[in-house]
Design a protein around this ligand. Structure first.
Ligand code: GLU
Length: 286
């Protein structure tokens, strides 16, 4: 299959140097492989997504010298696909309704068991309060949070799970001990009807992504993605998690780091070549 990768920003703030690194690295690797670079707008959180941020993303990426096929996939246009997968998991008895608030979870997690981690890639590990509380029969409930029953889900998968990593800590990465390290993750948020983890695996498959190139902060979440791929009969791409771009104090850049926003460097007269140099990327291939 031809090398196909993507950059998948959420339009909830300005792109900063960390995003530029991810996007340019993915673009460069696609160019070198004679493959395709896609842009996907991850806007399932409609309470935070803004059209002006989306417009700025297109503008900054084009300024950096990147191009991509149109039209781009916008996750808010793909809600039907996420709902269908949720139906499928629900019918297989792998989801349950959860009405815990963040505070309920914090309180229940305040009495951790020795040797069991309290945090996973999705934050606090859910203590399972609602696992047996609501019936799992009948039509899938809407406008509620749905969690994956991880232990039951894993029991349906035969054989060992792993994925190929070509970035940091490259090798074949085995997926182990998911119930204790991630717990029952949320696959549909009450306010969104889906979740990052569910949407990202569905869209990577729908867009025939062969190589996922993204920051090392998402490496841990990849275990969840591989499990979902198996449950939904989707292929597992190759993953390449790259180093994170940090500020002078060594802190990872966040959306609110406007000081590192690409727009700011542009306004100050930097060129795309300057940005590449700043990030330690080789000069543009095109
Ligand atoms: N939308 C995610 C973000 O902005 C990236 C998802 C991914 O690359 O898998 O952090």
């Amino acid at each position: 299959m031809t090398f196909t990768t993507r950059f998948a920003p959420s339009p909830t703030g300005p792109l900063h140097l960390g995003h530029a690194y991810s996007a340019m690295l993915a673009f460069d690797l696609a160019q070198r492989a004679g493959g395709t670079f896609l842009l996907r707008i991850e806007d399932i959180d409609q309470s935070r997504a803004r059209p002006q941020w989306e417009a700025q993303i297109f503008d900054d990426l084009a300024w950096l010298g990147l191009n991509w096929p149109e039209p781009v996939l916008r996750q808010s246009d793909n809600m039907k696909a996420y709902a269908q997968s949720l139906d499928n998991l629900w019918e297989n008895n792998l989801l349950y309704q959860c009405d815990c608030t963040r505070r309920d979870i914090e309180e229940a997690a305040n009495a951790p068991q020795e040797g069991v981690p309290s945090h996973g890639p999705d934050g606090l590990i859910y203590p399972g309060t609602c696992r047996a509380k609501h019936p799992r029969t009948g039509p899938r409930p809407k406008n509620v949070a749905l969690r994956l029953d991880m232990a039951t889900a894993l029991a349906t998968i035969s054989g060992a799970l792993s994925y190929t990593e070509t970035g940091m800590d490259a090798g074949e990465i085995a997926i182990m001990d998911m119930p204790t390290t991630t717990g029952d993750i949320v696959l549909a948020r009450r306010d969104m009807g889906t979740s990052y983890h569910l949407s990202v695996v569905i869209d990577d498959a729908a867009q025939d992504i062969t190589h996922v190139i993204r920051g090392a902060d998402l490496a841990e979440a990849t275990q969840i993605h591989v499990i979902l791929q198996h449950l939904l009969c989707l292929p597992t791409p190759i993953y390449h998690h790259h180093r994170l771009i940090r500020d002078d104090a060594g802190k990872r850049l966040a959306k609110r780091d406007d000081a590192r926003a690409i727009a700011k460097y542009r306004a100050e007269g930097a060129t795309p070549a300057d940005i590449r140099q700043m990030l330690g990327l080789s000069p543009s291939l095109i």
